[in-house]
Design a protein around this ligand. Structure first.
Ligand SMILES: Cc1cc2nc3c(=O)[nH]c(=O)nc-3n(C[C@H](O)[C@H](O)[C@H](O)COP(=O)(O)OP(=O)(O)OC[C@H]3O[C@@H](n4cnc5c(N)ncnc54)[C@H](O)[C@@H]3O)c2cc1C
Length: 425
């Protein structure tokens, strides 16, 4: 054996598994495809010259207790998010400060808000249907919006919050992704941001790196794993250049990343089905540098292009706006002219200077953003489907038993996988 346990993937899930296994006395070798740790946690300088910003995940909530303990333990700190001090809605081509719906539509708007609140709370309580017998699972966001029969402005509002929750094709991704996020604030979509309270400084990637360093594990970067051979007595991990052999393995890879790995023997039917579908997380996240935008301004759009924008940081006389939309036809997040035109809709008085982003869909070691379950296939993303097989355990935020989709979920999944491996011997 080359080592006791191989951990594939140096994202936060891999780092958490590594730390726990090493502390339990196991020799661990981490094999990571990229030249850095942190995976979908990735802070770097804006356009190579601005402040360090998170281009992947950024915010943690008050109930992310594991992360809150890891941060000081590894010499990191938390930066509180700037509060929302100015709220604007784009409606009929104009920005409004008095709410998302016109006075003519306000009654049907409020009804839809109440319906979503009830549905989200019922879903949180584990119910599959609401009191009208309407399904809360297995239904796409588009079908759910149709069912609400709400005004256009309400649809646009929900669509904006969708870019930071369900974050995928309205016709494919499950409405439950949106409802689950609404449930943080008693069912109100608008409340999602209230709980994005802090960002880890200097970045989640650094935290993952420090966790692995503190574990004393051997870290091998720049070596994508292509194949996993599972034997009854050991596991072999194949990369482009060599084979690593160990008594056990933690595959700290998300659903879309596992799709690039070949397994011998193949995985269970449940896992194979989930891998065949993949997950549908397809938002883009941009950082826009602008002048003339008061920090703390939150604007939601008209259901197209840039749909959600929050002026989060002021630095050197300019503001950094974090903005979201969906990767779909007609949207061009890499095109400065398109971004400028979109930003002008949401911030008509601003002077947009530049923007920067990371394309997570095109990234060969991500192939998507945060997990988004496809409607009708929700069970495939449950942690029950990702139990260990032989000497291989699985760890990713994508299928964590709690806080799936969040950094906290990655830590939970990593520690759970470490526990499973420790039980093997
Ligand atoms: C734009 C964006 C915004 C987000 N916002 C938030 C947020 O605000 N708050 C929050 O909590 N979460 C957020 N998330 C989600 C969060 O980033 C993820 O849930 C979390 O980082 C996933 O951790 P992980 O360890 O499960 O997977 P990853 O971070 O993806 O780690 C997997 C690792 O495996 C490596 N790898 C992949 N394939 C191979 C291979 N073949 N061989 C070897 N290594 C491989 C990858 O390079 C990576 O390092 C966001 C994500 C994105 C993309």
């Amino acid at each position: 054996m080359d080592t006791d346990v191989i951990v594939v993937g140096a994202g936060l899930a891999g780092a958490a598994a590594t730390l726990k296994l090493s502390r339990a006395g196991r020799r661990v070798r981490v094999v990571e495809a990229r030249t850095r740790c942190g995976g979908r946690g990735f802070a770097r300088s804006f356009a190579g010259e601005g402040p360090s910003l998170e281009f992947g995940g950024a915010w943690i909530t008050p109930w992310h207790h594991r992360l809150r303990a890891l941060v000081p333990e590894h010499g990191m700190s938390l930066r509180p998010r700037h509060p929302v001090t100015n709220r604007l809605w784009l409606r009929d081509g104009t920005l409004h400060g008095d709410g998302p719906a016109s006075s003519a539509e306000v009654t049907s708007h409020e009804r839809a808000i109440a319906r979503v609140a009830v549905d989200s709370i019922l879903l949180k309580k584990g119910l599959a249907e609401n009191e009208k017998g309407e399904a809360l699972n297995g239904i796409s966001f588009a079908a759910y919006l149709d069912r609400l029969a709400c005004p256009r402005s309400t649809r646009d509002l929900f669509s904006a919050w969708w870019t930071v929750s369900g974050n995928g094709d309205h016709r494919k991704v499950a409405a439950s992704e949106f409802l689950a996020s609404c449930s943080y604030d008693n069912g109100l979509a608008e409340g999602m941001i209230r709980f994005w309270t802090d960002t880890v400084v200097p970045g989640i990637g650094v935290l993952a790196e420090r966790m692995i360093a503190a574990s004393g594990a051997e870290l091998i970067l720049d070596e994508p794993v292509t194949q996993v051979l599972r034997e009854s007595s050991h596991v072999e991990i194949v990369t482009g250049t060599r084979r690593h052999r160990a008594g056990a393995c933690v595959l700290a890879l998300g659903i879309n990343q596992l799709r690039n790995v070949e397994f011998t023997p193949w995985l269970s039917d449940g896992k194979s089905a989930a891998l065949a579908h993949g997950h549908g997380g397809r938002s883009f996240k941009l950082w826009i540098r602008a002048e003339g935008v008061p920090v703390g301004t939150l604007v939601t759009g008209d259901g197209e292009g840039l749909e959600f924008a929050f002026a989060e940081r002021a630095e050197g006389g300019t503001t950094y706006i974090v903005a979201f939309g969906l990767m779909q036809e007609g949207n061009h997040p890499s095109d400065p002219a398109w971004v400028k035109a979109q930003a002008a809709k949401l911030f008509p008085n601003a002077r947009v200077l530049s923007h920067d982003w990371h394309d997570w869909l095109d990234d060969p070691f991500a192939r998507g953003t945060w997990v988004a379950a496809l409607a009708g296939h929700e069970a495939g993303y449950e942690s029950a489907n990702w139990q260990p097989e032989g000497r291989v355990a699985f760890a990713s935020s994508d299928y964590a038993r709690d806080q799936a989709g969040w950094f906290e979920g990655a830590v939970i999944a990593g520690e759970d996988a470490a526990d499973a491996v420790l039980k093997l011997s």
